[in-house]
Design a protein. Structure first.
Length: 205
């Protein structure tokens, strides 16, 4: 599937990949990727186990997920970042505003968790798209924001009656995805809504 926005906006992807200082003394990026994926898989298993059910969703839950996933590897797992960050020339939310912005995020999006089953598909697509863009722009953690944002979307999708989502379409169209995030800066969510609709269609079929 091909996507195009026809925009000259910059790409968020290009950035040198390094292994951050960690508790395990790992210096090889491939080894670290495997460890992170293994820990993330364990987190998914615990969250989506038959015994585990969320009746509500909060920023504390998201921080707890990040802690359980990355704190065994990095000292800062679960901690909000305290430095300003950018990627590919794109500046994420200022560190000093993160706590306030996360409170807004909780009020605007997470507070709707209990009512997700009541939304029609168009409303659900809009909510998932907007919340995903806002979380990525917030970039509350030092690392792992993209994967936590997908976990968050999976949890919300399951609450709405879907299964966990398949993001392979996004991975195959990274340029369109990143430009969709950038379009969201100006409040234009049509492109990310298209991507969300596509991955919902996959789990429906």
């Amino acid at each position: 599937m091909k996507y195009s926005i026809g925009s000259s906006e910059g790409d968020l992807e290009s950035e040198t990949v390094v292994v951050l200082k960690n508790r395990l003394g790992i210096t090889d990026i491939n080894e670290m990727n495997l460890v992170e994926e293994e820990m993330l898989h364990k987190l998914y298993e615990s969250i989506f186990s038959p015994e585990f059910q969320l009746s509500s969703l909060s920023v504390s839950d998201i921080r707890r997920w990040h802690y359980r996933w990355l704190n065994p590897i990095y000292e800062w797992g679960g901690e909000l970042r305290t430095v300003n960050m950018s990627k590919g020339g794109f500046l994420f939310a200022g560190a000093k505003y993160i706590s306030v912005l996360l409170n807004d995020f909780e009020m605007d999006f997470l507070s709707q968790f209990e009512n997700l089953m009541k939304l029609d598909e168009s409303q659900l697509v809009s909510l998932l798209a907007r919340s995903h863009v806002e979380f990525i722009l917030l970039h509350p953690f030092r690392e792992g924001n993209g994967r936590i944002s997908r976990l968050l979307m999976d949890v919300m999708a399951v609450q709405a009656g879907f299964s966990a989502l398949d993001y392979s379409i996004w991975d195959q169209n990274k340029d369109f995805y990143f430009k969709s995030i950038q379009a969201g800066v100006a409040g234009d969510y049509q492109y990310i809504e298209r991507l969300v609709r596509d991955i919902l269609d996959v789990v429906k079929s």
